[in-house]
Design a protein around this ligand. Structure first.
Ligand SMILES: [Zn+2]
Ligand SMILES: [Zn+2]
Length: 271
């Protein structure tokens, strides 16, 4: 019997937390994704969505041993980290993966000028592991994690998880290249799910947003089609995007590609 492989969105917004009436349906927390494969829990990014995930994990009332993968250290991807309550519990263990410098930057969030608790005072066991471009590691001999650096000025690592013939790709932040990117297509080839940075629409991108390090839902659709993916989740929504606008984008994206959808907080996808 194949293992469960579930993906839950705790934060889907890019750049800046965006609470308010306009964002209730899709959510205003910044990137955080929980992945459950069998009895293993993994977390992708520590945006403000990780705060509520932490409270939820603590309710399970058991020792946690969790791998956290950080795509890059722009604020929206790490801002929730000090508010992740399981860090403060001595029976918990975390392995945090990220690009060179991840340890110093995350620990740096606990400087007195930013935060009242010091990193050294966290009670859980925390270990850092550094990853680079094109790394491939195994977790528990059962989950393969592969990395790829994407075009984003914060040294963003995209992550691919493979387990039991299922493939999940979270690309973090990226700006697409003008020409078709065969390395990226290869990375996401035949994925069951691709989570794609679609901060802009094509119109916004062409008008004024090229060079800002983000992509569009139209480029996400092109990539998913070229890769033969089973599902595309449009993610990292602009803080300016209202629920109404995201609903409109979802309709347009699904008309272009029936396997596309717009990520919202609380959504669970079973691969
Ligand atoms: Zn971002
Ligand atoms: Zn970024």
């Amino acid at each position: 019997m194949s293992k469960d492989f579930a993906v839950k969105f705790w934060g889907v917004r890019g750049s800046c937390p965006t609470p308010g009436k306009q964002t209730i349906k899709f959510g205003g927390n910044t990137p955080c994704i929980e992945i459950t494969i069998g009895d293993k829990t993994l977390i992708m990014d520590a945006g403000t969505g990780i705060r509520e995930l932490g409270l939820n994990l603590q309710q399970k009332n058991k020792e946690l041993n969790i791998d956290i993968f950080i795509t890059h250290t722009h604020w929206d991807h790490i801002q929730g980290f000090p508010f992740f309550s399981p860090l403060y519990v001595s029976s918990n263990t975390f392995t945090i993966y990220g690009y060179k410098g991840i340890d110093k930057i995350l620990a740096g969030q606990f400087q007195k000028s930013f935060f009242p608790v010091q990193f050294e005072d966290l009670k859980s066991k925390i270990e850092f592991k550094i990853l680079a471009n094109n790394n491939s590691i195994m977790l528990n001999d059962e989950i393969r994690v592969t990395t790829m650096l994407t075009n984003h000025d914060g040294k963003n690592l995209a992550y691919k998880l493979e387990s039991d013939h299922k493939t999940f790709c979270y690309l973090g932040d990226l700006e697409h290249s003008v020409k078709s990117d065969s390395a990226l297509i290869n990375f996401v080839k035949d994925a069951d799910l691709i989570i794609y940075d679609a901060k802009y629409t094509e119109e916004e991108y062409l008008n004024s947003k090229s060079g800002r390090g983000h992509s569009t839902w139209q480029e996400g659709v092109k990539l998913a089609q070229a890769a033969g993916a089973d599902k595309l989740m449009i993610f990292h929504h602009s803080p300016l995007r209202s629920d109404k606008e995201l609903e409109k984008i979802e309709k347009l994206a699904q008309a272009a590609y029936s396997k596309a959808a717009v990520a919202r907080e609380g959504m669970v996808i079973n691969l």
